[in-house]
Ligand binder design. Sequence first.
Ligand code: PGA
Length: 260
Amino acid sequence: MPLPRPFVGGNWKMNLRLASAVELAEDLHAALSSQPTEPAIDAVVFPPFPYLQGVGRALGHGPPALGAQDLSAHEDGAFTGQVSAAMLDDLDARWVIVGHSERRHGLAEPQSVIRAKLIRGLEADLKVVFCVGETLAEREGGHAERTLVHQVRSGLEGLEAAWFRSIVVAYEPVWAIGTGRTAHPDDAAEAHRWIRQTLGDLYDSGLAAATRVVYGGSVTAANAAELFSRPEIDGGLVGGASLKAESFAAICRAAATRVS
Ligand code: PGA
């Protein structure tokens, strides 16, 4: 079976200002447009909400595509500060991140809300990057597999199989995010096998093999090629290194060469 189409996401988090966000978008658009189009990858940037429109204009039809860092679990109404799927659609944001550890752990976002957001996004025809990952205490306590299986099951169990074409699972060990401490490619690959095994148990091995599972946590231009050389790792979700056009473009190139 051919490997799934690679995905590389740039999560800009709460960084940049409008002018620097637009400039980064223009630089990325120029860099990615001049790269060979085959083999293709999905490259997506996730700017802060207030900059979605300006960045979207700078990107035109892309690449990269446009995504949002979060969405509301609700459709419309009295939800101060929240942003709905329909609003993202208005801004041509086609992707959204849910379950990121900075919300899951940092803001104590419960699993039930993460799942509701995931479903809201899928119902609105958004593509969803669903993040899972163990804490350092869970890994050191020998519970990484149990944690990932639980997060995958509670997020994805019972969803329509057809939706998995619109889901990218991001394995993001919490201890590797923003720390400069990347997971060893062997450990990342093992975690990806646990995730796929869980999808195989919930659905079937064909769905598990076709669903993209990407790695996030201190991915850089220097370590991307080695991570992406593992057949289990279909690309990356990148924070810090996505804030520079050269490093994000280099990570995209590393993902593209993986399937050639
Ligand atoms: P990082 O962030 O690349 O800065 O570690 C990754 C993420 O949070 O997705």
